[in-house]
Design a protein around this ligand. Structure first.
Ligand code: GCO
Ligand code: MG
Length: 411
């Protein structure tokens, strides 16, 4: 069918900006003037994706028909020869999301309508409560429940360690924390200290908040499979919605070991790039939630496939939603989440900072801990290039983690 819009791709812009923290944004412009935006942010490696997009992707796309999302996806995935990988897949994701945005605008429909329409009214989220002590964490959780959230991830500094991931210390928020790191800071880790202190957090949380609220926890891949199995058993009485990243799963069958020992639901996937990274986890039903992000696992086209595959095995999607995922990623995931029959929950740490809100606009609203998706055509997001120009790239890194004897550990 002949489109009433000329969607020949005429211009592609790659913008690296730092409105509070670094984002890599892609803008694809078509002949009729319709354009779409995509997120390609890989935290701590932003310039690598930007160079890849500028030098190796955009020249191949000029002149193509923006309607052909599937063919362009396959072209960038199979055509690269060296498939997969975080840089490649973030670049594909940004192109894919921008093309869905354009298709929606051309059809004058929100992207969720193109996916098959709404399966629910709004998207459930879980917020973060991270404190320097158990009381601090639980006070923060209480404030979130008071705002209407019904699910909260609890993290507390490990007693006896100088720093713990996610604990902000004197920093106002994640944005300020990350932008103060021109080189990777080093943080200590002790599995023994963690295992000796973690149960108390959840015991106190349940005794303070009761059984109605949902609680989650992120292990950040610090344990071995058998340690994770023990943790899952230890936390069973506190009825977690899920335990995240208990083990780094380069070996997907590590999760079999955990699964054999505990009924605590398991989630993983924020660092995965493709469906292949989670294929065995899903088809063996070793996990309950798959947490791949549109930005890091190939966009809406790829996440839709992961969601459909996961649905066959009772696995639900719970996409990553940390602050390094831009509002464009949130929008893409919101459209997917409102459609996916097997949507579980969306991680949510706010749509952005005051600075990032000058640069990104979005048609999403949060009420009572739920994200409501507006009916703007496309993804309903926009990126203000002039505002972004005020905030140049600022090199910054995630921390690295070491055991107390100096051994480098998983972050
Ligand atoms: C999460 C995460 C993040 C990541 C960060 C990496 O579950 O929200 O684990 O805190 O560490 O997004 O860039
Ligand atoms: Mg995580």
């Amino acid at each position: 069918m002949k489109s009433k819009h000329d969607l020949t791709i005429t211009d592609i812009r790659v913008i690296v900006s730092s409105p509070g923290r670094n984002f890599v944004t892609l803008k694809i412009v078509t002949k009729c003037g319709l354009y779409g935006v995509g997120d390609a942010t890989v935290n701590g490696r932003e310039q690598a994706v930007a160079a890849y997009l500028k030098e190796h992707v955009t020249p191949c796309l000029i002149g193509r028909n923006a309607h052909e999302i599937e063919d362009i996806w396959q072209y960038l995935y199979k055509g690269v020869y060296w498939r997969k990988g975080p840089i490649n897949m973030a670049a594909i994701a940004a192109v894919d999301v921008a093309l869905w945005d354009i298709k929606g605008k051309a059809a004058d429909l929100p992207v969720y309508e193109l996916l098959g329409g709404k399966s629910r009214k709004a998207i459930a989220t879980y917020a973060h409560a991270t404190g320097s002590t158990i009381d601090d964490t639980l006070d923060k959780a209480e404030a979130l429940f008071a705002q209407g959230f019904t699910a909260v991830r609890l993290q507390t500094a490990v007693p006896g360690l100088k720093a713990s991931y996610g604990v902000l210390g004197d920093k106002k928020d994640y944005f300020e924390q990350q932008s103060s790191r021109p080189l990777p800071p080093e943080e200590p880790w002790s599995t023994r200290k963690y295992m000796n202190s973690i149960e108390d957090l959840f015991r106190q949380a349940r005794s303070r908040f009761g059984t109605e609220v949902q609680l989650l926890h992120d292990v950040h891949s610090r344990l071995t499979p058998i340690e994770a199995a023990r943790l899952g058993k230890m936390l069973e009485p506190y009825d977690l919605l899920f335990l995240e990243d208990a083990v780094a799963a380069e070996n997907q069958d590590s999760y079999r070991i955990i699964r054999d020992h505990t009924t605590t639901p398991l989630a993983i996937g924020e660092i995965y790039n493709t469906i292949w990274d989670c294929k065995e986890l899903i088809q063996n039903q070793w996990i309950d939630y798959i947490r791949t992000a549109t930005t890091h696992a190939g966009g809406i086209t790829a996440l839709r496939r992961i969601a459909d595959f996961a649905a066959l095995f009772h696995v639900r999607i719970a996409p990553h939603g940390a602050p390094d995922l831009s509002p464009i990623c949130y929008a893409a995931q919101a459209h997917l989440g409102i459609w996916a029959p097997n949507f579980g929950i969306q991680e949510f740490v706010g749509f952005g900072s005051d600075k990032s809100n000058e640069v990104f606009s979005y048609d999403l609203t949060l009420t009572e801990g739920m994200i409501h998706v507006g009916d703007s055509p496309g993804l309903g997001v926009d990126f203000n290039e002039e505002a972004a120009a005020q905030y140049p790239y600022n090199r910054s890194y995630l921390p690295v983690s070491r055991l107390e004897d100096g051994t480098l550990w998983s972050w």
